[in-house]
Design a protein around this ligand. Structure first.
Ligand code: PA5
Length: 446
């Protein structure tokens, strides 16, 4: 079954997409220039041949472990979790006794204590992922697990470590060189949220036995026209990523400043969190952008859906479906009359009916909506989705006139936290914090 974008309910006739569509030639030229100069490895995947070789070299090594503990945050964790939840659901199900991936992507002392107390060191590989090599949430956990591994494993500790970081710079690179730790690179110009199809997402996927070749093939299918050096505006204007981008940009012009990602493929729910980071960190700039809102079909029909349907009319929606989800068990015949309508039907028919019903209701309530209907829910389709949404995000940012590849505004909070921990060289931040803390507080007990 084909993968389809259904634009029927996108409200294209009420949006002024023409100004954005007219920029296809300019955008195509920019793609040609930046893919040619190596600035967009997310699209070219120029690192892939080398990476595949490295992954194949590591396959047997990874098989020697039962547990992988991934230390990373943001783009260094969200893609791995989406792949894990989509293609290795057995870890969350009763009776699991295969490999286990644990993702430590927060400053959560409770979780950390539990990993320290229960993971068997001899059977655990600790994968630390940080492009910059200096993110305190990640490197802080690395320090703790380094000490743990040294105590438990003695001289063998470094064999249980794998570092995924910048090829040349940063603390983790130095650490790897100093301690002879295995490493894999995060390629230049590949920011965290665009890195799931590099070692960042593929090492955990390989460990779990996910079909990474299909993931990559799916992504390649989508990006192939975009990295063609002869790309023209005409070709780009037919590409779904550009069509999504012009839609997203024209939605912003009309005040639709929230973008729901409604996933009616339950196992793919964590792609909502991956998308949210991609969309928010890429597009939330200079007072512009739309707030991503991940939602899970059908669970969130009983939660945030009321707001989607009848709250502020500022929401658009990417609606993810798959008509070939498993049918599941059949409802029993012996049912009370009031549930007669499901007698003899499969459980899986319910999600299709509810998806259709909610999609139609959103549309009738004025939510512009594009349905992404995946022909099946395998890794190839996930690769296609990753590439499509990543490319659409980059193009939307370009149409908005912002840089979709950086995230400068998140730095202030990090600097202030470091100042609070008394890091050197942050005198201004320390003074600001002292002023903030010594100002009159309005506190009320409850
Ligand atoms: O998308 C991004 O670039 C960020 O969210 C990063 O992934 C996140 O801040 C972690 O950075 P690093 O991989 O350098 O530790």
């Amino acid at each position: 079954m084909a993968d389809i974008l259904d634009w029927t309910s996108a409200n294209l006739d009420t949006l002024d997409g023409a100004t954005h569509e007219a920029r296809a030639g300019e955008m195509a030229a920019r793609l040609v220039e930046q893919t040619g100069s190596g600035e967009l490895p997310f699209l070219t995947m120029s690192y892939m041949a080398g990476l595949k070789q490295q992954l194949s070299n590591l396959k047997d090594y990874l098989k020697g472990f039962d547990h992988m503990l991934l230390l990373g945050i943001g783009g260094s964790a969200l893609g791995a979790r989406a792949l894990q939840k989509a293609f290795f659901p057995q870890q969350d199900q009763p009776g699991h006794n295969g490999p286990s991936l644990w993702i430590a992507d927060n400053v959560d002392a409770y979780a950390l204590e539990s990993y320290l107390a229960t993971l068997p060191a001899e059977k655990t590989v600790i994968v630390t992922i940080s492009k910059s090599g200096g993110t305190i949430e990640t490197v802080g956990q690395y320090f703790i697990f380094k000490e743990w591994a040294q105590k438990k494993l003695g001289d063998e500790w470094n064999r249980h470590m794998l570092l995924i970081t910048d090829e040349e710079e940063g603390f983790l690179r130095t650490e790897a060189d100093r301690n002879t730790i295995k490493t894999l690179p995060v390629p230049d110009n590949l920011g965290g949220r665009y890195s799931v199809l590099s070692a960042v997402g593929l090492i955990p996927a390989l460990f779990l036995g996910i079909d990474i070749d299909s993931l990559i093939d799916g992504a390649r299918d989508v990006v192939a026209p975009l990295i063609d050096p002869t790309l023209t505006g005409q070709t780009l204007s037919r590409h779904p990523s550009f069509q999504l981008a012009t839609w997203a940009a024209s939605l912003l012009d009309k005040g639709f400043d929230e973008m729901i990602f409604f996933a009616y493929i339950p196992l793919w729910a964590s792609f909502g969190d991956w998308f949210a980071q991609l969309w928010a960190e890429s597009l939330g700039k200079e007072g512009k952008g739309s707030q991503p809102v991940p939602a899970i079909g059908v669970t969130d029909q009983h939660s945030v859906n009321q707001m989607f349907m009848d709250g502020i009319r500022n929401k658009a929606c990417l609606f993810l479906t798959c008509p070939t989800l498993p049918a599941g068990p059949r409802f029993p015949n012996d049912l009370p009359d009031q549930f007669d309508y499901v007698r003899g039907k499969n459980f899986g028919e319910l999600i299709q009916a509810e998806g259709l019903g909610n999609r139609m209701a959103l549309s009738q309530n004025g939510v512009p909506l594009v349905e992404l209907s995946m022909g099946d829910d395998g890794p190839k389709q996930a690769g296609k989705l990753i590439a499509l949404l990543g490319a659409a995000t980059i193009l939307t940012g370009w149409l908005m006139g912002i840089n979709p590849l950086d995230q400068p505004a998140v730095e202030l909070g990090k600097r202030l936290a470091k100042a609070r921990m008394n890091a050197d060289g942050l005198e201004e931040e320390k003074a600001d914090m002292d002023a903030f803390l010594s100002a009159d507080r309005d506190t009320r007990e409850f």
